[in-house]
Design a protein around this ligand. Structure first.
Ligand SMILES: [Mg+2]
Length: 208
């Protein structure tokens, strides 16, 4: 087998949402401002984005976050696709700027080998939002992949990346094979080997 690991983005690939954090803005009543900040800083200054968003979210009750993590829906075909990949002996990983707790849910459901994501910090006693840890900023996904590869003892060239966004370009470039999944980013589509334009994760199996 030429490829040994599948590396998935989370929002828009495993889960049916473009951006979990914007959904959380909606749930916390900060959507207008959150959308404005995201458009301004997401691809240019992630540190500033985090700083400004935390001004909006700090000390808010985290219940809407936990509800959202629970109700977020998987992309069609995710369950059979993950099972088939396991049956074929592939390792699986998630690298995402989305929330750790959502990745844990997918990890529990599908036995994902490694997850590397950002994390909303919530005080266990008060259930209030306290901060945001972000190892995955705008340009960190390729380095994250190198790290995951070291941990899982595979080479980036042995990885198939499945992704949908501009911040996945570098990661796709260092992967052995890149699958753009219903992507709206021309840069990513150009960087990948194929572009799947059907919202069903089973479609990736023809390349695995
Ligand atoms: Mg995405």
């Amino acid at each position: 087998m030429k490829f040994k690991m599948l590396c998935f983005d989370m929002d828009g690939v495993i889960f049916k949402t473009d951006n979990f954090w914007l959904q959380l803005h909606k749930a916390l009543g900060t959507y207008e401002k959150g959308k404005e900040l995201t458009e301004k800083y997401l691809y240019h200054d992630y540190a500033r984005l985090v700083k400004e968003v935390m001004k909006l979210w700090k000390d808010k009750d985290a219940e809407p976050y936990w509800k959202l993590v629970k109700k977020m829906r998987y992309t069609a075909g995710t369950k059979p696709a993950m099972k088939k990949l396991k049956d074929k002996g592939y390792k699986t990983a998630i690298i995402s700027s989305g929330p750790y707790d959502l990745a844990v849910r997918a990890q529990d459901d599908f036995g994902i080998n490694f997850i590397f994501t950002n994390r909303l910090v919530i005080d266990e006693k008060t259930n209030k939002i306290k901060g945001f840890k972000w190892p995955i900023g705008t340009t960190d996904k390729a380095n994250a992949l190198r790290y995951v590869c070291r941990m899982e003892k595979v080479k980036p060239k042995e990885v198939i990346s499945v992704c949908d966004d501009l911040n996945d370009v570098e990661k796709a470039n260092i992967s052995g094979f890149g699958i753009a999944f219903n992507s709206g980013s021309k840069e990513l589509i150009d960087a990948c080997d194929v572009h799947i334009q059907k919202p069903d994760l089973k479609e990736i199996l023809r390349y695995c």
